[in-house]
Design a protein around this ligand. Structure first.
Ligand SMILES: Cc1cc2nc3c(=O)[nH]c(=O)nc-3n(C[C@H](O)[C@H](O)[C@H](O)COP(=O)(O)OP(=O)(O)OC[C@H]3O[C@@H](n4cnc5c(N)ncnc54)[C@H](O)[C@@H]3O)c2cc1C
Length: 416
């Protein structure tokens, strides 16, 4: 790869997008956020839960309204190919977009305006034309939501050891099994379910199915409350769930590659998200250090606090630089191609672990600058520290990222 062909600067269209997003936050999101505040159901970032432990339906509906409006204004899916109805942005452009959205929304309702796990994703781009019309277009417009059902009670990291299976019956497939830790398990309209179709066939053993939420035999199980406390993660059970063959994404046997597309997308989104939230926390720490006094002077005059803030800037800058360069490299190969460029998994894992670990340290320092107020339940510092701790597990644990980095390096060494 030639260095001169890589650019990490925001393009004109990414800048145009963030300008429009800023207006959307002011004109659409702010009034909705003010309306939400009247209901005493928490906020988008710190929602109250309903009696079943799920995100309060009023908070969920506020998020949905933001998604529908963002979809109508073509703000919701800039990462999806333009020919399918998205913005066609590459990963460097998406980094700038995500960073902007996270920095300017903080923990507010505005975050819902950019498709996250509940929205269209690189795996869903592989739907057949008929399925695209039925699911992908409404997803891009924010009219419906999705969930990715891969992990199971007995299998997380070891994806190829999954037990949910699908058996062919005429032109249909019958699914049986259980999925766990599924984000948006309760509210999703459609599930991207990964199941075993050819036991023992290794990376060709799995297939991805699109399953409507109201399909007989599919049950939404209990919420699995985590330290995120958002009431969004839970279990699904499949008992003789009949799915037509046309609901297979791509081909039978492509499920592992498709699951990795989804997972790699989540890994790469860490770059902009951690940069945006990191900047937000740094700004808040600087303000606090100027307002809070000790011995009659702002704590920002103390070297101990200056060093904490300097370290936050260091974590932010290192992770952001790595993310932009890695994504510029990936853009040259296609970050979600099937098959994926042989060097891509190493870079994607590197980006994820660097961001997860840097953001964890940054969030820890943010609490230290704020003192007890940083530990206060509901403060942005407290919530983002919990988020930061969480990040090191979903979409592949830190250990698994190290495996992928080492695998890539050792393979390169073996062929040279
Ligand atoms: C908030 C949240 C949201 C999630 N959302 C989704 C979702 O939407 N859809 C979905 O399908 N899943 C989702 N997950 C599941 C998530 O992807 C898994 O939790 C993750 O992949 C780790 O699997 P596990 O929890 O089973 O850990 P395990 O696989 O049991 O790992 C336990 C420990 O062993 C280590 N370990 C295991 N195997 C290896 C190995 N081969 N090499 C080195 N170390 C290893 C791990 O690093 C870890 O430290 C979510 C999880 C959480 C917490």
């Amino acid at each position: 790869m030639t260095e001169h062909s890589m650019s990490i600067a925001p393009t004109a269209r990414a800048q145009e997008y963030t300008d429009r997003f800023r207006r959307f936050l002011d004109e659409d999101v702010r009034p909705l956020e003010e309306e939400l505040a009247k209901h005493n159901v928490g906020t988008a970032g710190q929602p109250k839960l309903d009696s079943e432990g799920r995100m309060h339906p009023i908070v969920w509906e506020a998020r949905r309204e933001v998604q529908r409006r963002a979809g109508a204004l073509n703000l919701y899916a800039p990462h999806i190919s333009a020919e399918l109805g998205g913005g066609g942005f590459n990963r460097v452009e998406m980094h700038h977009v995500e960073e902007f959205v996270y920095r300017h929304s903080g923990l507010g309702l505005g975050l819902a305006a950019l498709a996250w796990t509940e929205g269209p994703n690189p795996a869903s781009e592989h739907m057949s034309e008929a399925m695209r019309e039925r699911y992908l277009t409404p997803l891009i417009k924010g009219q419906i939501t999705a969930a990715f059902a891969n992990t199971e009670p007995n299998v997380g990291t070891d994806v190829l050891g999954m037990e949910t299976w699908a058996k062919q019956d005429g032109s249909d497939w019958i699914l049986n099994g259980r999925k766990a830790w599924i984000t948006n398990y309760h509210f999703a309209d459609v599930y991207q379910v990964v199941a075993v179709t050819e036991p023992g066939a290794g990376t060709r053993s799995l297939t991805m199915f699109l399953v409507d939420a109201d399909t007989p035999g599919l049950e939404r199980g209990p919420d699995l409350p985590t330290m995120m406390d958002d009431g969004l993660t839970g279990e699904l059970e499949f008992r003789d769930v009949r799915v037509p063959a046309e609901n297979i994404v791509r081909e039978v046997g492509d499920g592992f590659a498709l699951a990795m597309s989804w997972i790699n997308w989540r890994r790469l989104c860490r770059g902009g998200m951690c940069s945006g939230w990191g900047q937000w926390l740094i700004t808040r720490a600087i303000s606090r250090s100027q307002e809070r006094k000790s011995g009659g002077r702002p704590i920002g005059d103390l070297q101990s606090i200056q060093h904490l803030i300097a370290r936050m800037a260091l974590e932010f800058y290192q992770a952001r630089s790595t993310s932009l360069v890695a994504q510029a490299e990936l853009d040259q190969w296609g970050a979600f191609e099937i098959p994926l460029h042989k060097e891509a998994p190493r870079l994607i894992s590197l980006l994820k672990i660097i961001n997860d670990e840097a953001f964890y340290r940054l969030a820890d320092s943010a609490i230290q600058v704020h003192g007890a107020n940083g530990l206060l339940r509901g403060s942005p510092e407290e919530k983002l520290f919990r988020v930061a701790r969480n990040l090191r597990i979903p979409a592949g644990t830190s250990e698994v990222q190290l495996n992928a980095i080492a695998r890539g390096l050792l393979r390169e060494a073996a062929v040279s």
